[in-house]
Design a protein around this ligand. Structure first.
Ligand code: NAD
Length: 346
């Protein structure tokens, strides 16, 4: 167990066990503040899989918070979804009590398999929830940050404005659709796909987007490819099909493996690290939890563009992939007190 914790640099693991309620809360690093991270409610094949998932995701949240400059550490919770019939309300009530028992060291939020209703049940038991119905939807803020990031990447890589350039968006969900609207208003041409034809029809109608089948999105001639649906979509197979100069989208874990970042770098494709460009959602959740005003959130989201620019510059100067640079910056902040490195750059 401790070997695993060391390999993920996780400080604390908390286990909860009550009837069919089995949950793990992993706290990766609390140096910058209380850990904030979502709660997954999915089926796992084994306890070990659930624990590893919680630790891996908690680490990702520490890195995201560090580069988003929010005063939060990284944490993540996993509730093992029971197979068969179960009482959902009872499970989330127990989870709320578990969160409360950590006295604010961990603030929970929505993630795969959880809903706003679940968060409201947790909130009936705990003060430490950042995505219950009273907080609101982070997606518009995430989309705004991604749009700013796309424009910054285009400026850096192509030395152009976005007007008249083509962006291929994969997935028109809460974030992808709002991103399409931002880019359309900025004068970009859009190519879109989604498994849900209602969403592609709406984008065709509202933004004159060209709709392509889901399987063809990687083959499109475009300046920017924007993954906004699933993770793992940039992999050894798809990378050979891409005809873009930039990858910049909201999806989490876009690279199937870290080493894919090196391949993108070699192929001269600029990659905006996912956890930086999509950190508007975390900025929103953290700020709303701390009762900060919308003006503050807007200001902080604009600053994520500065961090992205810093990553692009360092990647160019050091001839290293952007994902490696982002990780190094986050580790510098977390382990060497290096917040000034980012502040100096902006
Ligand atoms: P969402 O579920 O609203 O949207 C996902 C969209 O992708 C859906 O429209 C779905 O139909 C579509 N999709 C699924 N499979 C597809 C495929 N194979 N090809 C094309 N489209 C496909 O989710 P969202 O909130 O918009 O989030 C999108 C991504 O961004 C996720 O990876 C999420 O983790 C990440 N993210 C979201 C936020 C946020 O604030 N919502 C913040 C940070 C990161």
């Amino acid at each position: 167990m401790f070997t695993d914790m060391r390999s993920h640099d996780v400080q604390e693991l908390h286990f909860f066990n009550d009837g069919d309620f089995h949950a793990v809360i992993a706290l990766h690093n609390l140096k910058l503040g209380p850990a904030l991270g979502g709660c997954r409610f999915i089926e796992y094949d084994s306890d070990a899989d659930a624990i590893t998932d919680a630790m891996r995701l908690a680490k990702g949240m520490s890195y995201k918070a560090a580069l988003a400059r929010v005063p939060q550490g990284g944490g993540k919770a996993v509730i093992m979804k029971p197979k068969g019939v179960f009482n959902r309300d009872s499970i989330f009530k127990k989870f709320g009590q578990a969160v409360q028992s950590l006295d604010g060291r961990y603030i929970t939020a929505m993630d795969s398999g959880t809903t706003v209703d679940d968060m409201d049940i947790i909130r009936s038991q705990s003060l430490y929830v950042s995505s219950a119905s009273h907080i609101g939807d982070p997606s518009p803020t995430t989309a705004k940050g991604v749009a700013l990031g796309v424009v910054a990447a285009v400026q850096f890589k192509l030395n152009k404005k976005i007007t008249g350039l083509t962006v291929a968006i994969q997935g028109l969900g809460n974030v992808g659709f709002a991103l399409a609207e931002y880019l359309y208003k900025a004068g970009a041409k859009l190519i879109v796909c989604d498994v849900d034809s209602e969403k592609t029809k709406a984008a065709e109608h509202a933004f004159h987007a060209k709709v392509v089948p889901v399987s063809d999105i990687y083959d499109q001639d475009c300046h920017v490819f924007s993954p906004c649906g699933l993770g793992g979509v940039i992999n050894e197979q798809t990378i050979q099909r891409l005809k873009c100069s930039i990858i910049a989208g909201c999806a989490n874990n876009q690279l199937s493996e870290e080493r894919i970042g090196e391949l993108l770098h070699q192929q001269n494709i600029l990659y905006a690290p996912d956890y930086v460009i999509n950190s508007g959602g975390l900025i929103f959740a953290s700020s709303r939890f701390r009762n900060l005003k919308q003006a503050y959130i807007d200001h902080e989201v604009v600053r994520l563009r500065d961090t992205l620019n810093q990553i692009f510059i360092l990647s160019h100067q050091k001839d290293k992939p952007c994902n490696v640079i982002a990780n190094e910056m986050a580790e510098h902040i977390l382990y060497e007190g290096g917040h000034s490195m980012i502040l100096e750059a902006v």
